[in-house]
Design a protein around this ligand. Structure first.
Ligand code: IFM
Length: 616
């Protein structure tokens, strides 16, 4: 059977949708099924064909005589069904092999879909299933060669970490820059496959360090949607490019303004309107990608445009407040979605400032290094010297909420909220919802959903002293209920930064097994993509202590949990491929491909010899 009647979110009244309509439903050739549908939105044709073969299997499974007989195809509405007979004998196994091909009209002209599907299936049948399987295994072995993390001494956790890596690496397409990664990877329907800030801040580091070609495609996806982001800004009365909170194929905002709850009531959803920090996340993704890969071609041809247009967006988004002689960003929601909307969210204001300053700083570097490129960029982006001066002024005058005894206020007015602190933990050491939340709605309290100030410190660590990071981690950790899967991994990483090592280990266990053990109870809706990326970041940046410092030098400062005897993994960095082997008493780095380089191990410079093959 091929079923064209599939409805997405069939049991969720608010999201239920039939994306496709039937175009063709017939047998493939002498046997087999072929079903072609077209998407209702964009009339993209999707063709699926299948042929089933059956074999009697002798002991070594090598039979080749097809035993399926009396084949007959029927089209039942939107389903194509093929019937056949086969005689079987008790205790004598048979093998059924189904060959399937899927093509769509984005890559294959509509009038070639049928014949391309048919010939691909026939070619697979000629090769045999074993060959297909071997091809598949070869692809995965190559991917594991790049992505595997081997931890000696902690098998259970290692397995859970690999589970997350497997889903992450299986969900991105290194050959397609029209797609990004959905918030539930390829495993579930929740969020409709839409990409969020999750891609840049949680998953991109994995791809940039492990599969840089894939990371480039993810970056190109955002570049392709820059015109849509400009239209989005314009629609909202702003300049530059405003990226959507939820992004699909055309870059328009996909987050609904209204949804219908299971009981039929309507719910006004303001997330897209307020979570504007996504735009800074896209710029941050560009910066991280450049920092890790040193892909200058991307910088000059695409990255700089994203950076300048997002900076331009923030400059126009900032409001001048005469009374205080400062720029403010009001009516936004930061990462903590339980306080919506707020004024001057520290995370948003810092990242807006970073976005503007980083873009200007790159621009001045380009001016010196490549004057002709600089003129071209200035010309293409219609940037004037007055505008550049204004951007500097705005960045220097963005208001950053006050700090009270070293604690940075999450947003203006946060400290005036009811101070509820988490005081009880369950048998798994997981925070119990404070009783006060029965009396006060969460938005009237200091309880938060996920790291906000702590997320900021994770991203812009060099902007804060160790002392400030430590104080803020402890303050906010005691008020974070981890209502989002994006929360535990960031707390693990930041816990290690401030020396809260045992909690960090508990957090990584939580995030690594979040979907494997269905700890949030919603794995049926899909695997939490950002969490999977966060797990990788926790292992590599947290426990293995990999970092790129303010001087752009790769540093390694591991903090292995007591249980771990060693950890081995491979990373791409600045055109090199490295293998890193860390145990409790030593750190070894080998360059598998690329030139020699100096890195800092426990703060001391170490020269790592390159190998003959230069670059990758
Ligand atoms: O992007 C996240 C958000 O931060 C919390 N709610 C779920 C979204 C998608 O994962």
């Amino acid at each position: 059977t091929i079923d064209g009647s599939i409805i997405n979110f069939c049991d969720a009244p608010r999201f239920k949708v039939k994306h496709t309509e039937l175009i063709r439903n017939n047998s493939l050739s002498s046997d087999g099924t072929y079903l072609e549908v077209a998407t209702r939105d964009d009339n993209i044709h999707v063709a699926v064909g299948a042929r089933l073969l059956g074999y009697e299997c002798d002991n070594n499974f090598e039979s080749t005589v097809n035993i399926l007989q009396n084949r007959c195809f029927h089209a039942f509405g939107e389903r194509g069904v093929e019937f056949c007979d086969v005689s079987v004998q008790c205790k004598k196994p048979i093998i059924l092999v189904k060959y399937v091909a899927v093509k769509d009209s984005r890559d294959t002209p509509v009038d070639h879909l049928f014949e391309d599907v048919e010939s691909e299936i026939n070619a697979m049948i000629l090769d045999g299933v074993e060959k297909e399987l071997q091809n598949h295994i070869a692809v995965y072995e190559k991917m594991w060669d790049h992505a595997d993390i081997e931890i000696a001494g902690d098998n259970e956790l290692n397995r859970a970490i690999r589970f997350n890596i497997f889903h992450l690496m299986s969900s991105a397409n290194e050959e397609d820059n029209r797609v990004n990664i959905g918030a539930k990877l390829l495993s579930g329907e929740e969020y409709g496959g839409h990409a969020f800030w999750d891609s840049e801040l949680f998953m991109l580091p994995f791809f940039a360090f492990v599969f840089p070609n894939t990371a480039r495609k993810l970056e190109e996806y955002r570049y392709n949607l820059l015109p849509a982001a400009k239209r989005n800004a314009k629609k909202n009365g702003l300049l530059g490019a405003q990226y959507p909170w939820e992004s699909a194929d055309d870059g328009s905002e996909q987050c609904p303004d209204w949804t219908i709850e299971p009981d039929g009531t309507c719910y006004r959803c303001c997330v897209a309107q307020y979570e504007q920090h996504v735009t800074a996340a896209i710029a941050f993704g560009v910066a991280k990608y450049l920092q890790i890969t040193h892909d200058h071609e991307f910088l000059y041809s695409k990255g700089i445009n994203i950076l300048l247009e997002t900076a331009r967006f923030w400059v126009s988004r900032c409001e001048w407040v005469e009374k205080y002689s400062r720029y403010e960003i009001n009516q936004v929601t930061g990462p903590d979605e339980w306080h919506e909307p707020v004024n001057n969210n520290t995370y948003t204001n810092y990242l807006a400032r970073w976005n503007i300053r980083y873009s200007l700083q790159l621009l001045s570097q380009i001016k010196v290094a490549k004057p002709e490129k600089y003129s071209e960029i200035i010309h293409n982006s219609d940037l004037t010297q007055e505008e550049i001066a204004h951007w500097k002024y705005v960045a220097d005058h963005i208001y950053l909420p006050k700090d009270c005894n070293g604690i940075i206020e999450q947003f203006e007015g946060y400290f005036n909220l009811k101070d509820v602190v988490i005081s009880q933990y369950d048998e798994n050491d997981w925070p119990i919802r404070p009783a006060a939340l029965k009396e006060y709605p969460v938005e009237k309290t200091q309880i938060i959903k996920q790291p906000d100030v702590v997320m900021l410190m994770h991203l812009l660590r060099n902007e804060f002293s160790k002392e400030v990071v430590k104080n803020n981690y402890h303050f906010y950790e005691a008020r974070t209920l981890h209502g989002s899967s994006l929360s535990p991994s960031i707390h693990a990483i930041m816990g290690l930064v401030v020396g809260d090592d045992s909690k960090a280990y508990r957090y990584i266990k939580r995030s690594a097994t979040l979907d494997l053990l269905n700890l949030q109870g919603n794995t049926r809706e899909g695997i939490h993509a950002a969490n999977a990326g966060g797990v990788w970041q926790t292992v590599i940046f947290g426990f293995a202590g990999i970092n790129i410092n303010a001087e752009n030098v790769l540093t390694i400062d591991p903090k292995l949990p007591a249980l771990w005897k060693s950890i081995v993994f491979r990373l791409h960095y600045a055109g090199r491929w490295l293998e890193i082997n860390i145990s409790s008493d030593k750190v070894e780095v080998h360059i598998l491909q690329g030139r020699s380089m100096t890195i800092l191990i426990h703060g001391a410079p170490v020269v790592i010899n390159g190998c003959a093959e230069d670059g990758i």
